[in-house]
Design a protein around this ligand. Structure first.
Ligand SMILES: Cc1cc2nc3c(=O)[nH]c(=O)nc-3n(C[C@H](O)[C@H](O)[C@H](O)COP(=O)(O)OP(=O)(O)OC[C@H]3O[C@@H](n4cnc5c(N)ncnc54)[C@H](O)[C@@H]3O)c2cc1C
Length: 1010
């Protein structure tokens, strides 16, 4: 082992010696780029500004725009380089035209650093130069972010075209090493599967493969005919399993089974990488034909860590850089040990990783012409040269395309080059010694690092238990979403769907005062995708049951209101645990009862869990009587009492989350509750009742009534013994409740409190500099996700005149690419609407739209049965048209045009509603303006306007969207409580304790007598 260590060090030193002989900056071009890199490496904040500026630049059309952005991004940067930047920004103010040109030119030069050519002609110039240096190539067509099938088809066509050009232009080129050249065709193409199908859904690998395979086959055939090689690049983790599965599926089929010139990537930064590589090798052996694996560390580390943290998922990548390096070495050995079936391509610029592979190949007696090193265009030139000199096969990864579609690639390279942990930075910018760079990475792993993921879970528990001393912004850790990338989750969901289906038609009772109550009427609940299927029946309550429920609640209230908040908090936490346990089953029920897509259904259950835990935590914060001021001789304690009997009325579109949120808030604050689900989601309601019963809610504290809103709903709203109404639903019903609750009835004790959340007519504005890949993807999701039936859904997309046509050109094909169908199938985005009356109402609105505006798109094919409304887009919509003002609650999107941002804001704010709103822009100044001026309870910048998360995005609107309450927010529980203060003079003849305790709760919950 020791000799292997010495060997690696010696080999590494040799490479370094050769590198020193040809030393040049790895970023080869001096000037702007190098200065930018140097600045970025010294100042993280400045780096973010600089890279954001680079990102937006290609989409700016005028010099004035360029200068505005330059000023917005850099004028206020406070760091040691300010004078330099200030000077640049000042110059821009004086000669904008010149400065804009210079800046554009510099950025485009910098892009040329990493992009081998904007067009095939430029590319060929590069490839010829490399050929002279004995360096081969693989070409990558830039433009991985496709939003529609039209764009995906264009990408496939461009791949074919490129293959022809490469084959033609490289005729007569021979392998630089001459030996084993049969393993390494000259023409080598790298493809990204996300660019070939716009609707990849990680939950549905079968669908992805069914669409990708036919698109790939013609490319593969042509590659084979031309004697070329194809490589499937690896992208983010959510595409990993699909890419591997696709590769194995295609190359197991007869047509390509004996073709050796295909490769795939394994990313060593993934914890799964070892298992995936072993599986591939086993597959390769069974197939019996060689294939290639390009081993890399992985280019999406920042994205993966951020995304998994946002969603509460286990992080798929290692946390420590040396772990990735060590894994790279272990996987290099595995590859070389299986050289008889797999050709290794080592994709790294790290001399230690490279030297290790070389030494290990020598150990195994593998000739250096039987594997290759691959490096990126524009990076680590001296290392490439050194490897060629040492007689190794070197291939350069050459991106081809224009800057705009290449921006994602460029930003990845900039991040990589400036990363604190990167090899290139350490070697070429920080001059770390060769000995240090060649250290065995295994020795550098901090052994307590592995405990980090465990620590995350403990951290979550600690945070959620915390009561009084947590800082704002760090108060609550959400329950993780189910990650449908994992096959195990897909399987669990499938089996839950089967299980729930087998219980179709079961009957559920009302629950009043702890008793199951049946009435002589049952209400059926149907599957909107197949209305002949009855998901279940619930007993239907009438006025007598409503009366009984009020009495039961009233009777239970006294004791419940005096139950210590800790006990109440534990009850709702137990409910959260049960929801967690029944998570897949309840999600499956939502798929059938309200036609939610898998991930939407799961998000609903997650939200319900979060509501329980978050409100429990908030109650612990609020529950204890708190001293108002420390004054001698007197103590005053501010605290809360529950209001009384709460009537909870919930909608069907978040059938468990919203019902559970309002109910858990009412319960944890000590109110007794009558819970009424929507008529369209009674089975979900019945399930939630089961959850609370199992959690141990005392009889009468929670009562479950299902029935007509117009009958029992109206009766209970008006009831003198109902003290609080928590309502989420339509504006029509909400306003009636609001008015009716304002009337004081004979015998009424309290002024009724109404928590009222209603609909929206939500707008998103797309600025002229917006990232259109993102704007289009998120707009489509916000408008058509869950069939547009979220109260937060986008219904008005406001485009600036300047980019109106450009956005539409991509938006309409994107809408046309959506998968419409029965959401029982994973990966369906648009299902049926909730029921026949919604179906008819939305179709009526579409007719109104046709008469008012221009029908720009309507899906042609939707399933014939079920309440499927085709996704529809209207253009030329004016602000005063009905489709621009009235809530449609379906998959209908209106496009409005605005002259400029002022007008766009005026249009956005010009409705009765103020629920959600969004803005896509890369102008910091415009973003600040919209943040300040958009009239919406929840404003979202550069993301979808749906999907609020408890604690993170407290949700609720104003104007006709609601009474200004924020579900999932810190002040929500206050609406369920009455504030009280008790003051006691504690002086006796001048004698008083020095200090009063900060909290006292004995008087609220007297300890039982011993
Ligand atoms: C020819 C070629 C093709 C490539 N194709 C792909 C591809 O298809 N898919 C893909 O994802 N990447 C691909 N890459 C990109 C490659 O993953 C990065 O260039 C590479 O990770 C940089 O690694 P390195 O060994 O050159 O540098 P090093 O500096 O040694 O390693 C940097 C890498 O370490 C990892 N890392 C950084 N910080 C941490 C941390 N805290 N904890 C754990 N790991 C960390 C990251 O992967 C990072 O990129 C390719 C690279 C090359 C050269």
């Amino acid at each position: 082992m020791r000799s292997l260590k010495n060997e690696i060090e010696q080999r590494g030193m040799r490479i370094f010696e050769l590198v020193e002989q040809h030393l040049e900056s790895p970023f080869s071009k001096a000037g702007f780029h190098q200065r930018m890199m140097a600045l970025s490496m010294r100042d993280e904040q400045l780096k973010v500004h600089l890279f954001r500026l680079v990102d937006v630049l290609p989409s700016l059309r005028t010099s004035a725009e360029v200068i505005e952005h330059l000023q917005e991004y850099l004028a206020d940067t406070s760091d040691g380089f300010t004078p330099l930047i200030r000077a640049g920004v000042r110059l821009a103010g004086v000669v904008p035209w010149l400065s804009a040109r210079v800046l554009r030119w510099n950025v485009s030069e910098m892009a040329h650093q990493f992009i081998a050519g904007e067009n095939p002609r430029d590319l060929m110039k590069t490839l010829r130069k490399r050929r002279a240096q004995k360096i081969g190539f693989t070409v990558d067509l830039l433009g991985e972010a496709v939003v529609s099938e039209r764009e995906a088809d264009e990408y496939a066509a461009r791949c074919l075209e490129l293959l022809e050009i490469l084959a033609r232009e490289t005729q007569g080129w021979t392998d630089p090493l001459g030996k084993n050249s049969g393993l390494f065709p000259v023409v080598n193409l790298s493809v990204k599967i996300s660019a070939l199908y716009s609707q990849i859904n990680p939950a549905d690998p079968t669908d992805a493969i069914a669409h990708l395979a036919p698109k790939l086959r013609p490319i593969l055939r042509r590659t084979r005919e031309l004697g070329a090689f194809i490589n499937f690049d690896m992208e983010s983790y959510d595409h990993k399993n699909i890419t591997l599965e696709l590769f194995k599926t295609i190359f197991t089929k007869r047509e390509f089974k004996d073709w050796p010139h295909a490769g795939i990537v394994i990313q060593a930064y993934l914890r799964d990488a070892d298992a995936d590589l072993r599986d591939l090798i086993e597959w390769g052996r069974a197939r019996g034909t060689r294939f290639t694996v390009r081993l890399v560390k992985g280019a999406y580390w920042d994205y993966e860590t951020m995304k998994s943290r946002q969603n509460g998922w286990d992080c798929p990548v290692f946390f420590q850089k040396p772990e990735s390096d060590t894994n790279f070495e272990a996987l290099s050995r595995l590859l070389l040990e299986n050289e008889s079936i797999v050709t290794a391509a080592f994709g790294s610029h790290n001399v230690r990783s490279i030297a290790h592979a070389q030494v290990f190949a020598d150990e195994l007696g593998i000739d250096r012409s039987r594997f290759e090193f691959q490096l990126l265009y524009g990076m680590a030139g001296p290392i490439k040269r050194a490897l060629v000199e040492l007689g190794y096969r070197v291939r350069e990864y050459c991106p081809l395309g224009e800057l705009l579609p290449g921006m994602a690639y460029l930003v990845r390279r900039l991040l990589e080059n400036t990363s604190n942990e990167g090899f290139l930075r350490a070697k070429f910018a920080e001059n770390v010694s060769a000995a240090e760079l060649l250290r065995n990475p295994d020795e550098l792993i901090k052994k307590d690092g592995a405990a980090r993921s465990v620590a995350c879970v403990q951290d979550r528990q600690r945070k959620n238990d915390a009561s009084l001393d947590t800082a704002s912004g760090d108060i609550y850790e959400n329950s993780p979403l189910v990650n449908f990338v994992c096959k195990e989750s897909q399987d669990k969901m499938r089996s839950a769907l089967r299980e729930v289906r087998s219980r179709f038609g079961e009957k559920y009772p009302l629950v009043i005062g702890g008793e199951k109550v049946w009435t002589d009427q049952l209400t059926p609940s149907v599957n909107p995708s197949a209305p002949t299927e009855i998901v279940g029946y619930a007993a239907k309550a009438g006025i007598p049951e409503a009366e009984r429920a009020v009495k039961a609640a009233r009777a239970a209230f006294r004791k419940w209101s005096r139950t210590p908040f800790e006990e109440r908090a534990r009850l709702v936490e137990r409910a959260a645990e049960i929801l967690e346990r029944r998570r897949f089953e309840l999600s499956a029920l939502e798929v059938f009862e309200v036609a939610k897509a898998w991930s939407e259904a799961d998000a609903d259950i997650r939200e319900a869990i979060d509501f329980c835990r978050f409100y429990a935590q908030q109650m612990r914060r609020l529950g204890r009587p708190k001293l108002t001021q420390q004054v001698p001789g007197e103590e005053s304690y501010h605290h809360y009492w529950p209001r009384g009997v709460a009537f909870v009325v919930a909608p069907w579109n978040f059938p468990i989350a919203i019902l559970c949120g309002m109910t858990s808030a009412a319960l944890v604050t000590g109110n007794a509750v009558i819970m009424k689900p929507s008529e369209q989601s009674i089975i979900c309601g019945a399930m939630l009742m089961q959850v609370f019963e199992e959690a141990g809610v005392p009889p009468g504290v929670l009562n479950f009534l299902s029935g007509h809103g117009s009958v029992i709903g109206a009766h209970l709203v008006d009831h003198k013994d109902v003290d609080l109404i928590a309502f989420t639903g339509s504006r029509e019903v909400g306003l009636k409740i609001w008015e009716s609750a304002g009337v004081t009835r004979p015998g009424q004790r309290e002024l009724k409190r109404v928590v009222c959340e209603m609909g929206g007519k939500n707008a998103m504005i797309v600025d002229s500099d917006a990232d259109l890949d993102e704007a289009i993807g998120y707009s489509i999701y916000s408008a058509f996700g869950y069939q547009g039936q979220k109260c937060s859904a986008l219904s008005r997309l406001i485009l600036l005149e300047e980019n109106h046509d450009r956005v539409l050109e991509r938006l309409i094909p994107a809408a046309a690419s959506l998968r419409v169908g029965d959401p029982e199938e994973p990966g369906i985005m648009v299902g049926p609407v909730i029921d026949e009356s919604a179906y008819r109402r939305i179709l009526d609105y579409i007719e109104i739209g046709k008469s008012e505006a221009t029908l720009a798109y309507q899906a042609k094919e939707v399933p014939p049965h079920g309440y499927f409304v085709p996704p529809t887009i209207f253009t030329e919509v004016k602000p005063d048209m009905r489709i621009a003002r009235e809530e449609i609650f379906g998959p209908v999107l209106s496009i409005l045009k605005a002259r400029d941002l002022d007008e766009a804001l005026e249009v956005a704010n010009g409705t009765d509603y103020a629920l959600t709103g969004g803005f896509f822009s890369r102008s910091p100044a415009n973003i600040e303006r919209v943040k300040a001026q958009l009239e919406a309870g929840n404003v979202y910048i550069n993301r979808s306007c749906t999907g609020a998360i408890v604690g993170r995005h407290p949700f609720g609107g104003f104007k006709m969207s609601g009474g200004g309450t924020k579900a999932g927010g810190e002040d929500y529980l206050l609406h369920f409580l009455l504030p009280r203060v008790v003051t006691e003079n504690i002086t006796r003849h001048g004698l008083a304790p020095e200090r009063a305790p900060e909290y006292r709760d004995e008087f609220l919950w007297p300890r039982p007598k011993q």
